[in-house]
Design a protein around this ligand. Structure first.
Ligand SMILES: Cc1cc2nc3c(=O)[nH]c(=O)nc-3n(C[C@H](O)[C@H](O)[C@H](O)COP(=O)(O)OP(=O)(O)OC[C@H]3O[C@@H](n4cnc5c(N)ncnc54)[C@H](O)[C@@H]3O)c2cc1C
Length: 287
């Protein structure tokens, strides 16, 4: 595995919209949550990127006015229930859709009214099952975007640790880095066939780590790679996004073994083993 010395980075949390920030929701002074109405979108393109990754382009007149998104922001997608050909349009104050899941708007093209989303085909689940069979013309509802992260323009070094579910988020972060930045990227994927070129103006050092199909091993390849990591400087800021329990273990490893200050790390649980529809705002504040 290639190694590079990491020096400094600051990741700034950007609140793009007050959709589901737990702190905003619980503060007495917080303004009423403003939810944008769900937008009806159709599949206009399905691209097989690799055995376990589909790029699905969503389009539709209701994407008019979809705002610009920052790196690692998210959208909510509502999938059809069994027996439905398209999901029921959610009412603004109606019950939460059962088959609603969190995804990263990888590319947004306002002029074409298009949003690209990369889906990991991890097995069973409304989103993964739908993405496996997705065809042009099928309908979803899209909500958001919600808050993401943006690298501080004044920072020069990044360490990004992610599994395949956060690979799109990592790509949006890399796209935002300036040429003066350096980033080391550790990516955990199901197989070597999932590797793809990553683009950034920044200098990149990318390592692909193969987990295999047993999702119970989530985080183990990242943990092994951390053991071999060169010292992490005190100014390094780390973006860590993967399975929720693995994120907590890896953060502990960074702090206790590598001596990283917890404040250097932005951690986010993207999914949780054996949990359906893990929440979109798991920053690991509980541990
Ligand atoms: C901010 C944010 C952005 C995200 N962006 C993306 C994205 O761009 N692309 C993407 O593919 N995912 C993304 N995810 C992760 C995605 O929301 C979850 O993987 C989601 O659970 C998938 O829904 P599902 O209906 O397929 O499975 P669920 O019904 O939610 O889960 C069923 C079971 O599948 C397993 N499982 C769920 N997700 C995974 C996984 N990724 N790998 C292995 N096993 C899994 C769990 O054990 C779970 O019990 C993001 C999550 C967050 C919080």
């Amino acid at each position: 595995m290639k190694m590079v010395l990491i020096n400094a980075m600051t990741i700034r949390k950007v609140f793009l919209e007050n959709t589901s920030s737990p702190s905003a929701a619980s503060s007495p002074e917080a303004p009423a949550r403003k939810r944008r109405p769900p937008r009806r979108v159709e599949v206009s393109r399905v691209e097989i990127l690799s055995p376990a990754m589909r790029r699905i382009t969503l389009t539709g007149a209701e994407l008019e006015g979809f705002p610009p998104v920052g790196p690692a922001s998210y959208i909510k997608l509502i999938f059809p229930e069994p027996g439905q050909t398209e999901p029921t349009r959610p009412l603004p104050d109606g019950p939460r859709a059962v088959s609603m899941r969190t995804y990263t708007p990888l590319a947004v093209r306002p002029e074409a009214l298009e949003v690209d989303v990369d889906f990991v085909l991890h097995g069973e689940g409304p989103a993964s099952t739908w993405a496996t069979q997705a065809r042009v013309g099928q309908v979803l509802y899209l909500m958001g975007p919600g808050p993401g992260y943006a690298p501080d323009a004044g920072s020069s070094h990044h360490l990004l640790l992610a599994d395949d579910s956060a690979l799109p988020a990592v790509e949006t972060i890399l796209a935002a880095l300036p040429a003066s930045a350096r980033a080391q990227v550790l990516l955990e994927v199901i197989s070597a066939a999932e590797e793809r070129p990553l683009h950034s103006a920044a200098q990149l050092d990318v390592s692909w780590l193969v987990r295999g199909t047993d999702h119970r091993l989530a985080g183990q390849p990242l943990a092994a790679a951390l053991h071999a990591l060169a010292p992490v400087g005190p100014d390094t800021r780390i973006y860590l996004a993967c399975e929720a329990a693995a994120m907590r273990r890896l953060r502990l490893q960074l702090v206790e073994v590598l001596g990283v200050n917890r404040s250097q790390i932005v951690g986010r649980g993207y999914w949780k083993l054996d949990v359906i529809n893990h929440p979109d705002h798991d920053y690991g504040d509980d541990g």
